[in-house]
Design a protein around this ligand. Structure first.
Ligand code: UDP
Length: 311
């Protein structure tokens, strides 16, 4: 199979591309390398550096069977400062990806995000699992709007592509984590790599806000399995599908577990809460279970051991 992976040098991209190469696929990666570094080398891997918005000019004659469109920044602090880093790839880039896919009747798997549910207003102590068809009670106009609306706009562009009879699906990923995340922006990135780095340097863990916010973390290889299942899926794809781990943890408990598991009593520093961030974010994954026969296999404790071991 010929698979084009936009953002293929990024965190999720590298694991996906490696998986596809191992099973014998031919892979093209298109990446601008703003927050990623090309690492993989393989005889069936072709890498092109460039902007996904220019995909038709960059790859005029390449005819993929499937395009996995991952290209985007996903780090809240980064996209709140530079919204263009998410608007361009997810809106204009998705539009161009659809044109290429239309030309070659390729399937598109679009990496959407749990952020499309918005900054869900949920003041309960633990989160309510949200399913694909739920309308969120969320604040639309917020500091995170560039990312959430760019991803939602990307989903709408994908949906209009499928309405023309093509095959595509938006995958709503919930906090995918693993080794070597955010390596280009260490300390500036997301909670898991920040905690790993702090423990390694024996510095206190920084929590934004009071730590009562909860998240669900999905191991990278589980996320990749879901993506590969969607690439191969023989039936009609749904417009959108949640891919995440339903196990919730507060950020304060996460910080405590990191200290306990590493035997490093580094302490915690509380910093001001990031603007408009969702208090809870928990996926209902019944669609992924029934449709793809997919379930996450790595639980949170194991995730923490692995990232502490591997980076
Ligand atoms: N967070 C934190 N310390 C950090 C990085 C993040 O307390 O060093 C918090 C962040 O405010 C959020 C949660 O951890 O409540 C998850 O943040 P992340 O950026 O990993 O993902 P998000 O779910 O916000 O996209």
């Amino acid at each position: 199979m010929r698979v084009l992976v936009t953002g293929g040098d990024g965190f999720i991209g590298q694991y996906l591309v490696n998986n596809l190469l191992q099973r014998g696929d031919h892979v093209h990666v298109l990446d601008n390398n703003i927050t990623s570094t090309p690492i993989l080398i393989h005889e069936n891997l072709t890498r092109v550096k460039g902007d996904v918005c220019d995909i038709l000019e960059i790859l005029p004659d390449y005819s993929p069977n499937v395009i996995v469109h991952l290209a985007s920044v996903a780090i809240p602090k980064l996209y709140m400062e530079q919204p263009d880093l998410v608007i361009r790839p997810n809106v204009f880039g998705t539009h161009e990806v659809c044109k290429l896919a239309e030309k070659y009747s390729a399937r598109i798997i679009f990496a959407s995000s749990s952020e499309v549910y918005g900054s869900i207003i949920d003041d309960s102590a633990i989160g309510t699992a949200i399913s694909e068809s739920d309308s969120s009670i969320s604040s639309l106009l917020s500091a995170r709007t560039p990312y959430s609306t760019a991803k939602k706009m990307g989903e709408e562009i994908i949906r209009s592509f499928t309405q023309k009879g093509h095959s595509a699906c938006s995958v709503r990923l919930f906090n995918v984590v693993g080794p070597n995340m955010d390596s280009a922006v260490i300390g500036y990135g997301r909670v898991i790599p920040n905690f790993v780095e702090s423990i390694r340097e024996l510095r206190p863990l920084t929590i934004y806000g009071n730590g009562e916010q909860t998240r669900c973390f999905l191991w990278i290889e589980d996320a990749v399995t879901a993506l590969v299942n969607l690439i191969d899926y023989g039936g009609e794809l749904p417009d959108a599908i949640n891919v995440g781990h339903p196990q919730q943890i507060s950020i304060l408990s996460l910080a405590n577990k990191f200290q306990e598991f590493s035997n490093a009593d580094v302490g915690i520093i509380f910093s001001p809460k990031l603007p408009d961030e969702p208090k809870h974010r928990c996926p209902d994954i019944s669609l992924a279970i029934s449709m793809l026969n997919w379930r996450p296999t790595v639980d949170l404790d194991e995730i923490i051991y692995r990232v502490l071991d591997e980076g």
